[in-house]
Design a protein around this ligand. Structure first.
Ligand SMILES: CC/C=C\C/C=C\C/C=C\C/C=C\C/C=C\C/C=C\C=C\C(=O)SCCNC(=O)CCNC(=O)[C@H](O)C(C)(C)COP(=O)(O)OP(=O)(O)OC[C@H]1O[C@@H](n2cnc3c(N)ncnc32)[C@H](O)[C@@H]1OP(=O)(O)O
Ligand SMILES: Cc1cc2nc3c(=O)[nH]c(=O)nc-3n(C[C@H](O)[C@H](O)[C@H](O)COP(=O)(O)OP(=O)(O)OC[C@H]3O[C@@H](n4cnc5c(N)ncnc54)[C@H](O)[C@@H]3O)c2cc1C
Length: 596
C-alpha cells in the first residue's frame, strides 16, 4: 500500500515539478492518483511555503532549489503529543551553544514528541521543526528550524533522532503522519529560519519582524488555501450525489406511475442543491480571500502589518466555516445516496474523511472562531472609541444607534439581515463580557464565560461575509453572461441566501423586524426555487467538469453505469478471489460440527 502510494506520488509530483507548483491543474489532479492524500502533500503544502515565508534570501537560495528539485523531501512538524492548539506551550527546545555555533534540539518528555506531521513517518528526510528557542538562558518562544532527520542516501534516521508512523486514522491513511523525538540533536546555527528573528554567532537574539506572529505565516497561507480546497472537495461530492440521484429510481408516490428519479423528490433537492450553491459560494469567497491575502503580503513587504489582524480573523473564520460546512454537506451527500453512498467505491467516505480532518488540522474549528471573535470584540471597542472600522466590519456602524433593521426579503435585504445578526451577536458578547466584569470577574474569566456566544458571533460574522461576497461576486461575474447563465447562477446565490435565512430565523427574529409571515414567504420562495433549479441540476454539476479518473466514484461516473460499476468493483474484492474462504474450513465448519 505505502509503496504504491509513493510510486503514484512521485509520478504526480514530477508532473508538478515540470509544470510548476502553482499549476492548479496538477495541484488539483493530484487526487487522480490518490483516493486520500499524497505523502508529498506536506512537502509542497507547508515545507516549501515555510522556506519561502520564513527564510532569509540567502537561506532560500540554499534550501529552495533542493526542495523544488526534490533533492530533499520535507514536512512541517509543529504539533506535539501534548500540544497542538497552544503553540506557546510547545515543549521541544532548541538551545544555542555559542561554543560550537549550534542549536541543541531536545524532546524533554513523552508529551514533547512531535506528532502528526504528514509524511514524517517514512517519507520525509527533512522537516521544519517549531521549537522553543533558548539563548543565553532566555526563552524567546517558538521559532522555526529546518532539520535533516534521515540520511539522504540510506534514509536511516540520523543519530539522536527517533521517528516513525503514528498508525491508522479515520482518513489521511496515505499521508504517513509521523512522530519525531530528539536526543541532544545538534544543528548548525544557520538552520534557524532567520527572516523574522536571528541569533548571532555569539548567541545574541535579534528580533527582525515588527509583528510577533509572522512565524505563524504558513498557517495563514494554508488556511487560505483550504477554503478553495473545500469548494473543490464539495463540488466533487455533489457531482457524485446529483448524478447518482438522476440515475437512481425509487418508490411510487403515485399508483400506476413508474418509480421516479430520486432527484425529483423535493427533500432530495433540499439535501443537494445547497451543496451546489455552497461549492460556488466557497469558490468565489476563496478567490476573494486569496486576493485579500496577497494584498496583505504586499503591505507587509512594505513593512506595513496593519492589515494582518483582519486577514488573520478572516482566514480563521473562513477556514473554520468552510471546513465545517463542507464536512456536514459531504455527509449530507452521502446520506442522499442511501446504502451505496456508504460504499468506499462511491468515494464519498474518502471525501468525508478528508474534509472532516480539515476541520481540525491547521487550527481547530472552535479555536479559530475564537480568534476571529477576539478581533470582532476589539473592533467593537474601537468603534465605541470612535476609531475607524476595517472594511469587513463596516456593517457594525449600522448597529451603533441600536435600531432594529427592517426586514426586506430581496437578496440585498437578506445580506443586510445577516449583517444585523452579526452586529447584534457581537454586541451581545460585548454586553455579556461587561456584565461579568461589573459583577467582579476579571477580563479573562468574563471572556471565558462568554465563549459559547463568541463562537456564535464569529460564525455569524463569517456567514455575513460569505453571503455578501457570494452575492457581489455573482453580480460582478454574471454581468457579461448570457441571460440564461445569469439566471441560473442568480438562482444558486439566491438559494444560498434563502437557505441560511431559514436556518437562522431565530437570529433574524431577534435582530431584525422579520415576522412569522415573512418566514412563510421565505419557505415558499425556497421550495419554488428548488423546483426551478431541478432541470439544470445535472448540468450544473457537469459544469464542475470532473473527469471520472478524478471523481473515482462508482456512483458519479459520467456514463451513469452505476450498477455495473458497483458490481465490477465488488468482484475485484480479494474475498471474491475464491468461492469459499479458507476461514470456513478453519473456523466455521468446526464450529458447526461442535468441534470449537
Ligand atoms: C502533492 C501535493 C500537490 C500539491 C500541493 C500544493 C499546494 C497545496 C497547498 C496547500 C494545500 C492545503 C493543505 C495541505 C497542507 C496541510 C494540511 C495537512 C497538514 C496539517 C498541518 C497542520 O495542522 S500544521 C499545525 C497547525 N496548527 C495550528 O493551526 C495551531 C492553531 N493554534 C493557533 O493558531 C493558536 O490558537 C494561536 C497561536 C492563534 C493562539 O495562541 P496564543 O499564543 O494564545 O495567541 P493569542 O494570545 O490568542 O493571540 C496573540 C496575538 O497573536 C495574533 N495571532 C495569533 N495567530 C496569528 C496568526 N496566525 N497570524 C497573525 N496574528 C496571529 C492574535 O490575533 C493576537 O493578536 P492580538 O492583537 O489580539 O493580541
Ligand atoms: C489529519 C491531520 C493532519 C495533521 N497534520 C499536521 C502536520 O502536518 N503538522 C502539524 O504540525 N500538525 C498536524 N496536525 C495536527 C493539528 O494541527 C492539530 O490536531 C490541531 O491544531 C488541533 O490541536 P490538538 O490536536 O492539540 O487539539 P486540542 O487543541 O487539544 O483540542 C482539543 C479540544 O480542546 C478545545 N480547545 C483547545 N484550546 C481551546 C481554547 N483555547 N478554547 C476553547 N477550546 C479549546 C478544542 O476546540 C477541541 O475541542 C494534523 C492533524 C490532523 C487531524
Amino acid at each position: 500500500m505505502y509503496g504504491q502510494i509513493v510510486r503514484d506520488g512521485l509520478v504526480n509530483v514530477t508532473g508538478i515539478e515540470d509544470l510548476g507548483l502553482t499549476s492548479p491543474v496538477l495541484q488539483r489532479t493530484s487526487d487522480a492518483f490518490f483516493k486520500e492524500i499524497s505523502p508529498f502533500l506536506l512537502h509542497f503544502g507547508m515545507f516549501v511555503p515555510t522556506i519561502i515565508g520564513q527564510c532569509t534570501p540567502e537561506q532560500q537560495a540554499k534550501w529552495l532549489p533542493l526542495a523544488m528539485d526534490l533533492k530533499i523531501i520535507g514536512t512541517y512538524a509543529q504539533t506535539e503529543l501534548g500540544h497542538g492548539t497552544f503553540i506557546r506551550g510547545l515543549e521541544t527546545t532548541a538551545t544555542y551553544d555559542a561554543s560550537t555555533e549550534q542549536f541543541i534540539l531536545k524532546t524533554p518528555k513523552l508529551s514533547s514528541y512531535k506528532w502528526w506531521a504528514g509524511g514524517l513517518g517514512k517519507t520525509a528526510n527533512h522537516c521544519i521543526v517549531l521549537a522553543q528557542l533558548y539563548t543565553k538562558g532566555v526563552c524567546h518562544g517558538p521559532h522555526p528550524f529546518i532539520v535533516q532527520i534521515r540520511d539522504t542516501e540510506t534514509h536511516m534516521p540520523l543519530p539522536g533522532i527517533k521517528v516513525g508512523e503514528i498508525g491508522p486514522k479515520l482518513g489521511f491513511n496515505t499521508a504517513d503522519n509521523g512522530f519525531l523525538g530528539f536526543e541532544d540533536f545538534r544543528i548548525p546555527r544557520e538552520n534557524l529560519m532567520m527572516k523574522n528573528a536571528q541569533v548571532t554567532k555569539d548567541g545574541t537574539y535579534v528580533k527582525v519582524a515588527r509583528h510577533g506572529k509572522l512565524t505563524y505565516g504558513t498557517m495563514v497561507f494554508v488556511r487560505v488555501m483550504l477554503v478553495s480546497d473545500m469548494a473543490y472537495c464539495l463540488a466533487k461530492a455533489v457531482t457524485i450525489a446529483v448524478r447518482y440521484s438522476a440515475v437512481r429510481r425509487q418508490s411510487q408516490p403515485k399508483p400506476d406511475q413508474p418509480e421516479p428519479q430520486v432527484l425529483d423528490y423535493l427533500t432530495q433537492q433540499h439535501k443537494l442543491f445547497i451543496c451546489i450553491s455552497t461549492a460556488h459560494a466557497m469558490k468565489l469567497t476563496s478567490t476573494w480571500l486569496w486576493n485579500t491575502f496577497t494584498g496583505v503580503l504586499a503591505d507587509m513587504r512594505d513593512g506595513n502589518t496593519d492589515t494582518l489582524p483582519e486577514l488573520h480573523a478572516l482566514s480563521s473564520c473562513l477556514k473554520a466555516i468552510s471546513t465545517s460546512d463542507t464536512s456536514a454537506l459531504i455527509e449530507q451527500c452521502r446520506f442522499a445516496c442511501g446504502g451505496h453512498g456508504y460504499m468506499y467505491s462511491s468515494n464519498l467516505p474518502a471525501l468525508y474523511s478528508f474534509a472532516t480532518a480539515t476541520r481540525t488540522y491547521e487550527g481547530d474549528y472552535t479555536v479559530l472562531l475564537l480568534q476571529t471573535a477576539r478581533f470582532l470584540v476589539k473592533s467593537w471597542e474601537q468603534m465605541d472609541e470612535g476609531k475607524p472600522l476595517t472594511p469587513t466590519l463596516a456593517y457594525l456602524e449600522q448597529s451603533r444607534n441600536g435600531s432594529q433593521v427592517s426586514w426586506d426579503d430581496s437578496p440585498e435585504g437578506i445580506v443586510r439581515g445577516f449583517d444585523a445578526v452579526a452586529a447584534g451577536r457581537i454586541g451581545a458578547c460585548v454586553k455579556s463580557i461587561r456584565k461579568h466584569i461589573n459583577n467582579g470577574m476579571d477580563y479573562e474569566d468574563a471572556w471565558q464565560m462568554t465563549t459559547v456566544q463568541l463562537v456564535g458571533a464569529a460564525e455569524a460574522h463569517c456567514r455575513a461575509v460569505i453571503c455578501r461576497v457570494y452575492r457581489d461576486e455573482t453580480a460582478r461575474l454574471t454581468a457579461g453572461c448570457s441571460p440564461g447563465v445569469k439566471a441560473v447562477l442568480d438562482q444558486l446565490s439566491t438559494l444560498y441566501l434563502l437557505y441560511w435565512a431559514l436556518e437562522r430565523t431565530g437570529d433574524l427574529l431577534r435582530f431584525s423586524s422579520l415576522s412569522e409571515r415573512d418566514i412563510e414567504n421565505l419557505q415558499a420562495r425556497y421550495e419554488a426555487l428548488l423546483l426551478k433549479i431541478r432541470p439544470n441540476a445535472v448540468g450544473l454539476v457537469d459544469a464542475f467538469d470532473f473527469r471520472d479518473e478524478v471523481l473515482m466514484s462508482t456512483l458519479g461516473s459520467y456514463d451513469g453505469r452505476v450498477y455495473e460499476r458497483l458490481m465490477e468493483e465488488a468482484l475485484k474484492t480479494p474475498l471474491n478471489r475464491e468461492p469459499v474462504s479458507d476461514s470456513f474450513h478453519k473456523y466455521i465448519k468446526p464450529m458447526m460440527q461442535g468441534k470449537l
